[in-house]
Design a protein around this ligand. Structure first.
Ligand code: OXD
Ligand code: MN
Length: 590
């Protein structure tokens, strides 16, 4: 008698018609076998899936080149298929579920012919955690199978956890023929199913990540009373050895990974990493908010990563422990057999090969590494990994940070007056766009809680869910907005960022622990300059003041833009959010 899981796999095999079916066990030996297959047999275009890099300098590392059209998340091809269109909201593309399935069946018929179907059993979250979920993804490419082993807890334990049950998270993935016209990432929240075809890119193809752990999980969270968020989780140890845990939501490529592994510029402070992308937040029996990172890997943006910006990441990438580490669409130095990207330490090597495998030189005016080139590496390699990482119930959260990249208007740090005020801060959060998704770079996009591309239901209802969560907590975390990116009159960043951001985190800890006061502005509470530890920094007073300036005249356009954005959620927008909007307008006297 076959189990519901076996039956489901058989059904999908009937549709997609692979030559073989291979059930993965997540072992290192298996990863070596898959890398071997990807290095010698499977190709994308003219390139083998994996190319071994210099194993002395980059132990266990492999280069992967994607299909040239397949380099980022494709939000316009991503659909959330609730039965009721309004449940998907204005923040998602929607297709009627039966229609979406019909389309996917058509595109998937025979799509694995000549290939192996890899069956990947995994859990998001530690298998012993009451919050973890058992999942199975099917895929037809070794790159995804190997990446999923890095990013999730892939093992037979997931199959044991599923047992005879039909209640597991299902993911069907095929790279198809990489045709962008036939590329879809479909979510069926009520069936706990993600179906993705035509792309091998992380955010579109590692279905445990954005697709399940954010889009579907956020919907589960709404029903079950918890939150799935686009947040880093970290511990901040003070000079006395006390550790406070915080989370921070920021849109893609705003420095979340750097923050999660920050090397403190202040003596005596130390950061412990729990996650760099996703947090699942549950209310504990003590009325506090607890966070787990459902993932086990880091899928980070390579360009800009260096010993200066994120030394701990370079140590992670160079560590020998976990097999393997992947580099996707970075440039390649054929003389030393090493990966390379813009911003890496040292001089630019001669004779680089670009991310598409072609000779490159600096005169070309193009980037050698794709701006969204990535590394995929185990979090267990990180020298800053928190000893609480595998704690099944997670860590208690003292503060939630909401941030974005704003060159104007938004202060370096602002404390919300209360939970509702903080939720509004998150709702009006915006960021100047980046390369992690396919859209124009450098324009302002409102991105509430950095969840706009990832909330699996109507964001109006999501705001209400945040408000409700606050009411259910006896000890809710304090909420802060941060912005490392404000510029001076010459357009230069005022704040040095990176390891110096510890100074802002220290102020947040001091506030959480009732050690310092604060100054009220129309936006909320900002530090008195005397309470911000600026020792060793050389920022002129006028510029420091600019970091916290709130000029009501500058806010006119911003308020109009926020209002326009809120209007999109009419019918589902909580009254409390409108009240907060009115209160902000009144304080700014606009
Ligand atoms: C990511 C993203 O890859 O947010 O983490 O796009
Ligand atoms: Mn992300």
């Amino acid at each position: 008698m076959s189990t519901p899981l076996q039956k489901w796999v058989e059904e999908q095999a009937k549709l997609t018609q692979p030559d073989n079916i291979y059930w993965c066990d997540g072992s290192e030996e298996e990863a070596r076998k898959l890398i071997d297959i990807g290095s010698k047999k499977e190709r994308i275009g003219e390139h083998f899936i994996f190319q071994a890099l210099n194993q002395d300098k980059w132990p266990n590392a492999y280069l992967h080149r994607s299909h040239p059209t397949d380099v980022a998340r494709t939000e316009h091809l991503t659909f959330v298929c609730h039965n009721n269109k309004n449940n998907s909201g204005p923040n998602n593309n929607w297709m009627q579920p039966d229609e979406a399935k019909k389309l996917m069946m058509k595109l998937s018929a025979g799509c694995m012919k000549g290939k192996t179907m890899y069956v990947l059993p995994y859990t998001m979250g530690h298998p012993d955690s009451p919050y973890s979920k058992a999942c199975v993804q099917l895929t037809d490419v070794s790159y995804v199978a190997v990446s999923m082993r890095i990013m999730t807890r892939m093992s037979k334990k997931a199959i044991d956890k599923i047992g005879e049950s039909a209640d597991f998270v299902k993911g069907i993935h095929s790279v198809g023929d990489f045709d962008p016209e036939k590329r879809y990432i479909m979510h069926f929240p009520d069936e706990h199913l993600v179906w993705s075809i035509g792309s091998g890119y992380g955010g579109n193809a590692l279905l445990g990540k954005k697709c399940f752990s954010l889009r579907i999980a956020s919907w589960l969270g709404l029903q079950e009373g918890w939150l799935a968020e686009h947040m880093v989780i970290l511990g901040i140890q003070d000079p006395k050895g006390k550790i406070n845990y915080i989370t921070a939501a920021m849109p893609s490529a705003c420095g979340k990974t750097n923050l999660a592994m920050l090397e403190s510029a202040l003596p005596g402070y130390k950061i412990w990493t729990i996650g760099d992308d996703i947090a699942w937040l549950n209310i504990g029996p003590d009325g506090r908010l607890y966070a787990i990172n459902p993932e086990t890997g880091l899928f980070g943006v390579a360009p800009g990563t260096s010993l200066k910006t994120n030394p701990n990441m370079l140590h992670t990438l160079k560590k020998k422990d976990f097999y393997p580490t992947l580099f996707t669409n970075t440039a390649f130095n054929p003389e030393t057999n090493e990966p390379w990207w813009e911003g890496l330490d040292g001089p630019i090597p001669q004779n680089l090969i670009d991310w598409q495998g072609k000779p490159w030189n600096t005169q070309q005016g193009t980037k050698a590494a794709h701006p969204n080139s990535r590394f995929t590496v185990s979090i267990y390699n990180s020298p800053t990994l928190s000893k609480e990482f595998d704690n099944p119930i997670g860590v208690p959260i003292s503060a939630i940070i909401l941030g974005g990249k704003r060159t104007q208007l938004i202060p370096l740090v602002t404390e919300a007056l209360n939970w509702q005020h903080g939720v509004f801060m998150g709702v009006r959060n915006g960021s100047e766009t980046t390369a992690a998704a396919i859209h124009k770079e450098g324009i302002l996009r409102r991105d509430p809680m950095a969840m706009l591309p990832f909330c699996g239901y109507n964001m109006g209802d999501y705001f209400q869910h945040w408000l409700n969560m606050g009411k259910r907590m006896k000890h809710p975390p304090k909420i802060y907005s941060v912005n490392w990116f404000r510029v001076d009159d010459e357009g230069k960043f005022i704040w040095p960022g990176f390891g110096e951001n510890i100074r802002v985190l220290k102020w947040i800890l001091d506030r959480v622990n009732n050690k310092v006061g604060a100054r009220e502005t129309p936006l909320g509470l900002v530090p008195e300059l005397k309470d911000l530890d600026l020792k060793g920094l050389d920022i002129p007073l006028a510029k420091l003041e600019k970091l916290f300036q709130v000029n009501p005249l500058d806010w006119k356009e911003e308020l109009q833009d926020i209002k326009k954005f809120l209007a999109k959620f009419e019918g589902n927008l909580p009254q409390e959010i409108l009240t907060e909007y009115e209160s902000l307008s009144a304080k700014l006297k606009i």
